[in-house]
Write a protein that binds this ligand. Structure first.
Ligand code: BGC
Length: 465
């Protein structure tokens, strides 16, 4: 029976997948300071533990396209919920650093899978009318997940208990169970059922989610789409010259989204705060909660701005702000001797500016633009190349952050200058992003996806869109 609210229930449950993605990437930040003492970790080992989760995500994102087509979206999300839950338990139980490494890799698989399968599931069960807002909603959920992880980390952080990191990981079981139980009762998507020739089942699902007046049309449209898909352009089309710009845009925006250093702040903020003189893990983790709150608030703001101000303007405003904030973060470290007690306030303020500018621009723009620049028939492949690039670049940055600081340390013989220079490197990358963006960020606001395809076919430049 048709029920308007049913779609929202479906979206809410499936969205837990986005929340888990944020939660399980963010949770590491509060755990690291405790892990350092409990397992006596070096900087390199901290980077490995963080990066292994991301490598898992790269593998998950690679496999996901095929397995969601073969087994269906619902089953894949169910299995990923199971991996999320067991991975959280395993991480919390880990008796030594090596097991933690492997458990993070395992959990990372679920993160990679859900970063692809959840938006796909939501988009395929939602009526066309509300589909558009969902891409940005997903970004919002990631940030809510990160904030939830910070708050829970801060709740469990106890300066007197070096094993405080264990319950931080265990908490991840709760949203994973919600996703698992919820998904158990939710239907498969009509689009996938149709693609397997199971039209009757598809109709039954549509009877619950769609206005009865449009069901017939929906089925006809899907049949049409699936027919078109089967005449698909070969996947190599993505690498043909006429789509070269789309590919450069997708990989480029993800490169800059990651190489301005966003996840050094998201995953390592308590560590950065400790370096700046915060005393005790608890205080440093609490300061990170403010980073999480600003991230959520400004992502909400971006939902309103993206279709009003447009992509290009937001890109330039955001990236310029990111660049200045990075210079400021560096200055806080470089002049910490002079700033004394004020270093902490100045650093928190510049980190908050940095996050705010990221959250209104590169954060949502990355995911939005990769879903817009490819023609329909290679859109799935194109955006999975984009998300793969995202996880790959993310791994690289997170894995080299402390190495860079160490490198600059020995160059200048001074830890503060080492950290400052690392943030200035990110600032230089932000400047390069501005130049790159001038040539490559397309203004897709209000332009239909067909128009974008036509533009590429005519050999148009991105900035002339
Ligand atoms: C990025 C993630 C990042 C998050 C922060 C996303 O757009 O892809 O790497 O952790 O934003 O909010």
């Amino acid at each position: 029976m048709y029920n308007k609210n049913f779609v929202w229930i479906i979206a809410a449950i499936a969205a837990t997948g986005g929340l888990l993605f944020g939660f399980d990437t963010g949770v590491i930040s509060g755990a690291i300071p405790f892990l350092r003492t409990d397992f006596v970790l070096t900087d390199g080992e901290v980077e490995n533990i963080t990066a292994f989760g991301l490598i898992g995500a790269v593998i998950g994102a690679l496999l996901c396209g095929r397995i969601t087509d073969i087994f269906g979206r619902r089953k894949v999300i169910l299995v990923s919920a199971f991996v999320f839950a067991t991975g959280a338990l395993w991480s919390g139980f880990a008796p030594n650093a090596n097991q933690l490494l492997i458990s993070r890799l395992y959990l990372g698989l679920a993160i990679g899978v859900s970063s692809f399968a959840t938006p796909l599931y939501i988009a395929e069960v939602s009526p066309t009318k509300i589909r558009g807002t969902l891409v940005s909603m997903f970004q919002l959920l990631i940030t809510v997940g990160i904030l939830a992880a910070y708050v829970s980390d801060s709740y469990f952080a106890d300066n007197n208990n070096p094993e405080s990191w264990r319950p931080m990981f265990y908490v991840g079981v709760i949203p994973a169970m919600i996703l698992f139980i919820g998904m158990f009762f939710l239907p498969e998507t009509p689009r996938w059922l149709m693609s397997k020739g199971r039209e009757d089942e598809a109709r039954k699902v549509l009877e619950k989610t769609e206005d009865p007046a449009v069901i017939k049309q929906s089925i006809a449209n899907m049949r049409n789409d699936i027919q078109k898909d089967s005449e698909q352009m070969p996947w190599t089309e993505v690498f043909k010259p006429w789509l070269r710009n789309a590919l450069i845009i997708a990989a480029g925006i993800m490169f800059f989204q990651q190489f301005v250093g966003i996840n050094t702040v998201i995953y390592y903020s308590p560590e950065i705060f400790l370096k700046a003189g915060f005393e005790g893990n608890q205080a440093a983790i609490l300061a990170s909660v403010s980073v999480g709150v600003v991230n959520v608030l400004f992502t909400i703001l971006s939902l309103f701005l993206i279709d009003r101000i447009g992509r290009r303007k937001l890109f330039f405003i955001g990236t310029t702000g990111i660049c200045f904030s990075l210079i400021l973060i560096g200055l806080c470290f470089a002049f910490s001797g002079m700033l004394g007690e004020y270093t902490k306030i100045a650093l928190v303020a510049s980190m908050l500016c940095y996050i705010a500018f990221f959250a209104i621009s590169l954060g949502p723009l990355g995911w939005l633009i990769i879903s817009e620049v490819f023609p329909l028939r290679v859109r799935g492949l194109g955006s999975s190349i984009g998300s793969l690039a995202n996880w790959g670049f993310n791994t690289l940055v997170v894995w080299t952050f402390f190495k860079m600081i160490g490198g600059f340390n020995s160059m200048f013989g001074n830890e503060e200058m080492g950290t400052a220079s690392t943030f200035w490197v990110f600032a230089v990358i932000a400047i390069i992003a501005l130049v790159w963006g001038y040539f490559f960020i397309p203004e897709t606001k209000g332009v239909s996806l067909e128009k974008i395809e036509e533009h590429w076919r005519k050999g148009g430049k991105p900035k002339d869109l």
